[in-house]
Design a protein around this ligand. Structure first.
Ligand SMILES: Nc1ncnc2c1ncn2[C@@H]1O[C@H](COP(=O)(O)OP(=O)(O)OP(=O)(O)O)[C@@H](O)[C@H]1O
Length: 262
């Protein structure tokens, strides 16, 4: 898919970047325990793109995602989310940036004491712009979109893994965020449920025009991405190399699937 573009006054078409990272470094710990987790990350993600971030365990994927989501404070370089600079941002600015993103985590993170509908309503609570009945209606509609119209009053314990993850998707997308950040959304799911979940995310993202950045180890879902980027030891591997690595991951998956089917 081509990135969504904007037309300027002089009719030059330029892609509109919603995530812009320049020379980003990140460190954990202090003094002798200080350890660099991200090295000079440069990345630009356009509106409407579905980007998969993959790479070995410990390569820095979650760290990068959590900085983008305002769950950690970025330290050095530049990180702009929807044109808001997060390096050196005040707490209020970081909170605002956090609200503009939807999140989907590996462990769905649903509240066990709330029904599916109430969990999805939580996705609207931080926005404050809706009455309770509006939130209820939006949540019910969104649960219908993800195929759970009959399960709105179920508690997480009474839903399957795939259904729980669909509730989490509904919660992330109900506010129509411009950016969705997903960390291993299929890790806890079997092959069919994992596939269903990412195809649903892909469909909703296209319908809502939102951008998805998804961290995954799951080679089975790489084909939903418009672009795959690869990290290793805290470095972003350049685009051409990422394409080659993604190609080999696809091939391995094809072999694995064939073997499994035999
Ligand atoms: N809170 C933390 N304190 C100290 N070091 C951390 C912390 N979080 C992550 N790290 C280190 O930063 C590096 C990158 O970790 P990160 O979790 O971002 O990798 P990842 O690619 O997401 O791994 P995985 O695929 O296993 O989730 C690792 O060396 C990790 O040990």
């Amino acid at each position: 898919m081509n990135p969504v573009s904007i037309i300027t006054n002089n009719s030059t078409i330029v892609p509109s970047s919603v995530i812009q990272v320049e020379h980003l470094d990140h460190f954990f710990g202090e003094g002798t325990l200080k350890k660099q987790a991200l090295f000079d990350i440069n990345l630009s993600i356009n509106a409407g793109e579905i980007v998969i971030l993959t790479g070995p365990s410990g390569s820095g994927k979650t760290t990068l995602l959590s900085l983008m989501g305002g769950l950690r404070s970025p330290q050095l370089g530049s990180l702009r989310m929807l044109n808001t600079e997060l390096v050196g941002a005040t707490k209020a600015v970081a909170v605002e940036a956090r609200r503009s993103c939807g999140y989907i985590f590996q462990a769905h993170n649903l509240h066990s004491s709330l029904t599916a509908q109430e969990n999805v309503m939580m996705g609207l609570e931080v926005h404050g712009a809706y009455s309770r009945s509006e939130r209820r209606n939006l949540a019910v509609n969104m649960l219908a979109v993800v195929g759970l119209a009959e399960r709105t009053q179920y508690y997480p314990a009474d839903l399957s893994g795939g259904q729980k993850q669909r509730v989490a998707i509904a919660r992330a997308l109900v506010s129509h965020p411009q950016i969705v950040l997903a960390d291993e959304p299929t890790a806890a799911l079997d092959k069919k449920s994992g596939r269903d979940v990412v195809e649903l995310m892909q469909k909703l993202a296209k319908e809502q025009g939102c951008t998805i950045l998804m961290v995954t180890h799951d080679n089975r879902i790489l084909d939903v991405a418009d672009r795959i980027i690869y990290m290793e030891d805290g470095h972003l591997i350049d685009q051409a190399e990422s394409v080659a690595i993604a190609g080999s991951l696809h091939t391995n998956e094809a072999v694995t699937s064939k073997d499994t089917n035999c």
